[in-house]
Design a protein around this ligand. Structure first.
Ligand SMILES: O=C(O)c1cccc(C(=O)CC[C@H]2O[C@@H](n3cnc4c(=O)[nH]cnc43)[C@H](O)[C@@H]2O)c1
Length: 219
């Protein structure tokens, strides 16, 4: 099984304090894991993850928190494990449609994840009874609020399972230091027509807490 060596510290980043608290309830006290709030949005996540990485010698960065799940792919209360993290709105609109940063030739809107460790952790979560879906997790600047936009995102990234707002930023900060990265999220809402009253943040934070117990196994 993939693992992190005992000398490696793990940096876990969340967007907001409530997510950090859920993670800490799940992990219990650990000496080799730091959980840091990096803010909402990819820019804050990138800057604050980079700052945290400058303070200690980390062997892994894990982005986590809540997310929107694509209908029929990731249900509320389930866990999504990123197979890849993609900044889905980083590019240019053209009369012919969206052109990604990669296609424009200005770098990459995709951050690879530590696939072996991600699949090993997904398997552990399934073994303790948590519903886990693995696939591309999108990073967006704007929370999707219509069925049309959700469909458009799925056309850009077929197979995407969820969207959130920070993964790409944290991932780029890790990548720039050559540190392995992964993202997992607990689903709080279904992506589509905006209905804030349908968000189940409490259920997602409970799932996030349960999933975070996996860090007890991180050695
Ligand atoms: O309701 C709003 O207007 C609103 C606008 C921006 C942010 C929020 C949040 O509650 C923070 C979202 C927070 O959680 C992640 N998240 C959860 N669900 C989604 C989603 O469907 N699409 C994008 N991000 C989502 C995100 O990573 C933020 O950190 C509310």
């Amino acid at each position: 099984m993939e693992s992190i060596t005992p000398t490696q510290r793990v940096l876990v980043v969340t967007a907001v304090e409530a997510e950090k608290e859920a993670v800490l309830r799940g992990t219990g006290p650990l000496t080799n894991v730091d959980v840091v709030v990096v803010g909402v949005g990819a820019a804050a996540a990138a800057a604050n993850t980079a700052a945290a990485l400058s303070k200690a010698d980390y062997g892994m960065v894990v982005m986590t928190g809540i997310a929107g799940g694509f209908a029929g792919k990731a249900e509320i209360g389930s866990i999504v494990m990123a197979s890849e993290v993609i900044a889905a709105d980083l590019g240019a609109e053209t009369p012919e449609g969206f052109v990604s940063l990669d296609e424009l030739g200005f770098g990459s809107a995709r951050v690879p994840v530590e696939v072996g460790l991600a699949s090993s952790i997904a398997q552990q979560l399934q073994e303790v009874g948590l519903p886990v879906v693995t696939g591309p997790v999108l990073t967006v600047t704007t929370v999707t609020g219509s069925a049309a936009k959700a469909e458009e995102l799925l056309r850009r990234v077929p197979g995407a399972v969820a969207e959130a707002m920070e993964g790409y930023g944290a991932g780029v900060a890790a990548q720039m230091r050559g540190i392995p990265f992964m993202e997992f999220r607990a689903i709080s809402n279904t992506i589509g027509p905006r209905d804030r009253s349908a968000w189940r943040i409490g259920s997602a934070l409970t799932a996030l807490e349960a999933a975070s117990s996996v860090f007890r196994e991180v050695r």
